[in-house]
Write a protein that binds this ligand. Structure first.
Ligand code: SF4
Length: 220
C-alpha cells in the first residue's frame, strides 16, 4: 500500500468512527429501508436543488400515491406537481418523472436499468443520480459525486479537480474500490456536520492533521 492509499484509509476509518453521531442523507434512508432502485431514482431527481427536509416530505407524499413506474406514469402531471411541491423546479420535475416512468415501461419492462450508460439515457438523469442508483439501488460499482464529495475530496488534497464530474473520474482512478459505495454517504454526512461549505469546523475535525485544507479561506 502506498503513502496516499494509507492516508485515505486512515481518513475514512477516522470518519467512520464519528459517523454514527451524524444525520444520514434522505436518499440513503430510502436505500436502507429497501425501497429499491425506483424510489432512489425518483427521490434523487426530487433532491436536485432542494433541501433534504423538503425532498423527504415530497418523496413520502409522492410514493403514497404511486411507487412503481406503471402507477406513477398513470398519474396526472398536476397530481405529481401537487405532491412534490415545493421542491425546486417542481413543474419540470413532474414532467421529467412521467417521461422517465414511460421510458421505463416502454424500454425496460418497468424496471430501472442497472448500467450507468443506460441510466444516463433517461431524461433528467446525470452522473450523480445514475451513480447513486448504481451504488445504493443495486450495490454495484459507482462513485456518486455531489457538491459535498467534490468539495471535501479537493480540500483534503486527495484530488485536484474543477468539477464534480472531474472529481468522479479522479476518484475512479485512485480510490480503492472497497470504498466506492460508502464514500458518498460518509462525505455527505461529514460535509453537513463538520466540513461545511462555508467556514468548515477545522478546529474540531478528526482528520485535520491529514488535510491540506486546499482552498479553505475561513474556518472555525
Ligand atoms: Fe474539512 Fe477543515 Fe477537516 Fe480539512 S480540516 S477536512 S477543511 S473540516
Amino acid at each position: 500500500m502506498n503513502k496516499e492509499e494509507k492516508k485515505i484509509e486512515t481518513i475514512i476509518a477516522l470518519l467512520e468512527e464519528e459517523a454514527s453521531a451524524w444525520d444520514v442523507p434522505i436518499v440513503t434512508q430510502y436505500a436502507d429501508n429497501l425501497k429499491g432502485p425506483f424510489t432512489i431514482l425518483i427521490s434523487t431527481i426530487l433532491s436536485l436543488r432542494t433541501k433534504d427536509e423538503v425532498t423527504e416530505e415530497a418523496s413520502r407524499r409522492l410514493f403514497a400515491l404511486a411507487d412503481t413506474p406503471e402507477a406513477m406514469a398513470a398519474l396526472e402531471e398536476e397530481d405529481i406537481q401537487k405532491a412534490i411541491y415545493p421542491v425546486g423546479f417542481y413543474r419540470n420535475k413532474a414532467k421529467t418523472i412521467i417521461e422517465i416512468c414511460r421510458t421505463l415501461q416502454e424500454r425496460y419492462h418497468s424496471l430501472v436499468p442497472d448500467s450507468l450508460d443506460e441510466l444516463l439515457t433517461l431524461k433528467g438523469v446525470g452522473r450523480k443520480t445514475a451513480n447513486l442508483v448504481m451504488t445504493l439501488g443495486y450495490g454495484k460499482e459507482g462513485i456518486c459525486v455531489d457538491t459535498h464529495v467534490h468539495r471535501i475530496s479537493n480540500r483534503l488534497g486527495y484530488v485536484a479537480a474543477k468539477s464534480p464530474d472531474e472529481t468522479e473520474f479522479a476518484l475512479r482512478n485512485k480510490l480503492p474500490k472497497k470504498y466506492w459505495i460508502r464514500y458518498n454517504t460518509l462525505m455527505v454526512a461529514f460535509g453537513r456536520n463538520v466540513c461545511r461549505p462555508v467556514s468548515p469546523l477545522c478546529s474540531c475535525c478528526v482528520v485535520a492533521s491529514f488535510c491540506d485544507r486546499e482552498g479553505v479561506v475561513h474556518s472555525r
